[in-house]
Design a protein around this ligand. Structure first.
Ligand SMILES: [Zn+2]
Ligand SMILES: [Zn+2]
Length: 322
C-alpha cells in the first residue's frame, strides 16, 4: 500500500509498504494534518521517531472485519487513535490521559490502511453516515473538550483564546455553543477573515485588554504568550496552556499573580474515550459547522506539499486523501 513515511525532519516520502496485518482494517479516506504532525515534520518529536507514519485524525471505510464485531466491510467509520484502559490507578483517579495501559491504533493514518486492535473496536470505532471530512475533526475536538472542561468556564466568564488556528477555533466554537462570550486573538489575515465570517470575533492581540478576561486559553506555542496571559488575566482568573511547549520550557511566573491575584494555571493534552465519544456526537449533530474548518484537501502523493502549504499559513485545516 501507499504510505507517506516521515523519514526525517522536513522529509516525507511516498513509499510502497506492506499492508498492515490484523483482524480489523480501515481503509483511510481522509486524514487531517494536526499541529503535532506539523511540529514533528518541522522539528522532530520525542514520541515520533523516523521512519514512521504520522496522522491520527482520520475517517475511512471498514476493509476487513470479523463476523460479530459490530461492523461490516463497507461501513464508514471514524476511529479514536488511542484509548485509556479504564481500570489502572491513573484511570480510576480520573487522570485517564496518563493511563499506563493505553491501547493504540496501528501506525499513523497518512497511508491507505490502518489496523485497529479487535479489543479496541467496540470502544474506539464509531460509525459515520458517509465519507465526510468533518469527521477528521473529532479527535482535535475531543482534545478541546478536555481543555474546556478543565477550565470550568461559566456563561458570564469573558473568555479570550490566544491563537486562532484550528485548535483555538474549536475552543471558540465549543464555548460559543455553550453561550460563552468568547473572542480570539490572531494575526494571520486568512484566519481572521475565516473566524469573523464564522461569527467568532477575532482581532490582533494588541487590540485586547487582557485584564478584562477571566478565562484565557493559550493555543499558540509561545512561552511569552503564556507568561503574558498569567500576568494579565483578570484577578481570580484562569489560564489554560493548550499549546504544546517543548519539555524543559521554564515559565517566568510572578508568585504575586498566583498568591495575591489568585490566578490559576492549568493545561491539558489528549482526550479520554468519553470525550472522543462526545466530540463524535457533537460533529454528528452538525457536520456542516465543522467541515468549514477544512479549507484544503491534498492527495497523499502531494503529502509533503500539503505540510509545506500548512506551514506557510495558507490553509486553515488540511485533509490528506489517500
Ligand atoms: Zn490531533
Ligand atoms: Zn488506564
Amino acid at each position: 500500500m501507499k504510505a507517506l513515511v516521515y523519514v526525517g525532519e522536513k522529509q516525507l516520502e511516498l513509499q510502497n509498504i506492506p499492508e498492515p496485518e490484523g483482524e480489523f482494517l480501515v481503509r483511510v479516506l481522509g486524514c487531517a494534518i494536526c499541529g503535532t504532525d506539523l511540529k514533528t515534520y518541522l522539528h522532530g518529536h520525542p514520541y515520533f521517531k523516523p521512519p514512521t507514519i504520522l496522522g491520527h485524525e482520520f475517517y475511512g471505510v471498514v476493509d476487513k472485519a470479523p463476523a460479530g464485531c459490530g461492523y461490516r466491510v463497507g461501513d464508514y467509520v471514524t476511529v479514536a487513535p488511542y484509548g485509556e484502559c479504564g481500570v489502572c490507578d491513573e484511570c480510576l483517579h480520573g487522570i485517564k490521559e496518563s493511563c499506563k495501559n493505553k491501547e493504540y491504533v496501528g501506525d499513523g493514518a497518512f497511508c491507505e490502511k490502518v489496523s485497529v486492535p479487535l479489543s479496541f473496536v467496540s470502544r474506539g470505532v464509531f460509525p459515520i453516515p458517509g465519507p465526510d471530512k468533518a469527521f477528521a475533526l473529532v479527535e482535535p475536538l475531543a482534545c478541546v473538550l478536555d481543555g474546556v472542561e478543565q477550565m470550568e468556564v461559566a456563561p458570564d466568564d469573558r473568555t479570550l483564546v490566544i491563537g486562532g488556528g484550528p485548535m483555538g477555533t474549536l475552543i471558540a466554537f465549543t464555548l460559543k455553543d455553550r453561550g460563552v462570550d468568547v473572542q480570539v486573538a490572531e494575526l494571520n489575515p486568512l484566519r481572521l477573515e475565516c473566524l469573523n465570517s464564522w461569527g467568532i470575533p477575532a482581532a490582533p492581540l494588541e487590540t485586547y485588554k487582557l485584564k478584562e478576561f477571566s478565562r484565557i486559553f493559550v493555543a499558540v506555542n509561545k512561552k511569552e504568550l503564556v507568561e503574558l496571559a498569567i500576568h494579565s488575566v483578570h484577578d481570580g482568573g484562569r489560564v489554560h496552556v493548550f499549546a504544546g511547549l517543548p519539555s524543559g520550557t521554564v515559565l517566568n511566573v510572578d508568585a504575586y499573580d498566583l498568591h495575591y491575584r489568585k490566578v490559576a494555571v492549568m493545561g491539558s493534552s489528549g482526550f479520554t474515550l468519553d470525550q472522543f465519544k462526545r466530540a463524535y456526537e457533537t460533529v454528528s449533530r452538525n457536520p456542516d459547522h465543522y467541515r468549514r474548518l477544512i479549507t484544503h484537501t491534498f492527495p497523499l502523493e502531494q503529502g509533503q506539499e500539503a505540510f509545506e502549504f500548512l506551514k506557510d499559513g495558507r490553509a486553515f485545516k488540511i485533509v490528506v486523501e489517500p
